[in-house]
Design a protein around this ligand. Structure first.
Ligand SMILES: C[S@@+](CC[C@H](N)C(=O)[O-])C[C@H]1O[C@@H](n2cnc3c(N)ncnc32)[C@H](O)[C@@H]1O
Ligand code: FES
Length: 450
């Protein structure tokens, strides 16, 4: 028996812009419209909607196939979606005006496409031409740089409910010709829409990049713009073995960094509290607690828990502001200091080191773990959250790349592997050392002081 009454496949095979393909003729908006319509007609439990790769009918896209009937629809537009859902998925009647039922012609087109594709791959190979995917990886900084510049200039706020290039340029105090080039590039990336000579934010850009939106993430994303400058020193850092740029830290650096940390933390607090918390915890130390997101989450989930945040003097006021907003000033206290040198206190049931160890060298981490061990009560736990590399250090990719983020930004930091954490924890005296895998590239290492 089929688990779903219908299975819909939508082709989303990405191809270069100049080549005919389903995404280039609009399959992604069709996919989104199908998702919305299926949900709004409450058919989600009966209809399975998934994407698929190229069907060889690229010039007739967007293509979609509905099983078990095996109906192949072609040139589907967003405006056709409601009819497909109403007629085919709800009532079982195929929409014949969109169905492509000439099986012979379809097979011939698909076979011809495959042959052409194979010949093209072979010709590139014989000619020693750089594969398209490699080329794209090498130039991937370009779209990234375009968005970061738009964020730095707060361009999405300037576009607001619609503006010409000259109007945007005036608002962001920039050159009109250059602003227009940037706006056009953003429209090509589908982060803006252009109608006549007026630019508009897409719903997504308005939600995440525009001043006044409750989900505006610009402040935290500015941190990525800051580290972009460091990344451009990577070649020199690899030669030198450490960071080479120490100067460039604008006034917005610390607030943007802590906003970025806060955004990451909020996605993860529930899973971390579930994996590392517990009712018996009365005293907690949050090493480098940053925005206070983790202390706030632990305290809110644990009756009677008091937390101490130890962070650098420049960060403490930002943590205090968040603690005050959460109404937890009685239960979370902050201390300015250096976790590698200043006293940590004693008798904690839980010490959390979230996104800390990657800043330090192996020797500094060993020292930190020994100090944490001494600061715990018997039965207390040290919980480390970080990107944890597999023993080969080549995966997960986010952790391997983040290691370089630490090379360009710290004296001796890095991502570390599970076996490295395990040996440092054991050598510091911890028992019951274990790794807890959480969704996403970061995970936990936990050790207990017996
Ligand atoms: C990557 S952030 C992590 C923030 C928070 N733990 C989280 O997971 O969201 C690192 C934090 O450690 C703090 N920090 C860096 N070096 C420190 C040191 N030597 N002593 C105390 N805090 C430090 C930074 O100010 C920053 O708040
Ligand atoms: S890209 Fe969709 S059929 Fe080829």
């Amino acid at each position: 028996m089929e688990p779903f009454r219908h299975h819909v496949f939508v082709c989303t095979q990405q191809k270069p812009e100049a080549v005919g393909s389903c995404p280039n003729s609009g399959s992604l908006p069709v996919l989104q419209a199908l998702e919305r319509e299926i949900a709004s007609q409450r058919l989600d439990n009966e209809v399975q909607l998934t994407t698929c790769g190229c069907l060889g009918l690229c010039d007739d896209g967007p293509m979609l196939i509905i099983y078990p009937e095996g109906s192949w629809y072609h040139k589907v537009k967003v405006e056709d979606v409601r009819e497909i859902v109403d007629s085919h998925l709800r009532s079982g009647t195929v929409v014949s005006r969109l169905e492509w039922s000439d099986a012979q012609a379809m097979q011939a087109t698909s076979v011809e496409h495959r042959e052409r594709y194979r010949a093209m791959v072979k010709a590139r190979d014989v000619g020693g031409i750089l594969p398209e995917e490699l080329n794209e990886m090498i130039r991937a900084f370009m779209p990234s740089r375009v968005v970061l510049t738009a964020l730095e200039l707060d361009l999405f706020t300037a576009v607001a409910s619609g503006a010409s290039a000259a109007q945007v340029a005036q608002k962001i105090h920039a050159d009109t010709r250059a602003t227009e080039m940037l706006l056009n590039a953003l429209a090509s990336l589908k982060l803006l829409e252009k109608r006549e000579e007026t630019f508009f934010n897409t719903p997504e850009s308005a939600r995440f990049f525009e001043e006044g939106s409750p989900d505006n993430a610009r402040n935290g994303l500015i941190h990525t713009a800051h580290i972009w400058h460091r990344w451009s020193t990577l070649t020199d850092c690899v030669r030198a073995g450490t960071l080479v740029e120490t100067g460039r830290r604008e006034g917005s650096w610390v607030p943007a960094f802590i906003a970025a940390m806060d955004r990451n933390a909020k996605e993860r607090t529930a899973a971390v509290v579930k994996a590392a918390g517990g009712p018996g915890i009365k005293r907690m130390l949050d090493l480098g607690g940053g925005s206070a997101a983790y202390s706030i989450a632990f305290v809110q989930a644990t009756p009677g828990l008091q937390s101490v945040i130890l962070d650098l003097a420049e960060v403490v006021p930002l943590a205090q502001e968040n603690i005050r907003k959460a109404g937890l000033a009685e239960r979370i206290i902050t201390r300015a200091g250096d976790m590698l040198r200043d006293p940590l206190g004693e008798n904690y049931d839980l010490i959390l080191g979230s996104a800390i160890c990657h800043m330090f060298s192996p020797e500094e981490n060993r020292r930190l773990f020994r100090r944490a061990f001494d600061a715990l009560a018997a039965g207390g736990r040290l919980v480390v959250q970080d990107f944890i590399l597999e023993p080969s250090k080549t995966a997960p990719r986010a952790a391997a790349l983040f290691s370089l983020n630490m090379l360009v930004g710290t004296r001796a930091g890095s991502s570390y592997s599970g076996p490295e954490y395990t040996s440092w924890l054991r050598d510091a005296g911890f028992a019951d050392v274990r790794r807890v895998r959480l969704p996403g590239p970061a995970g936990l290492m936990i050790g207990t002081r017996e």
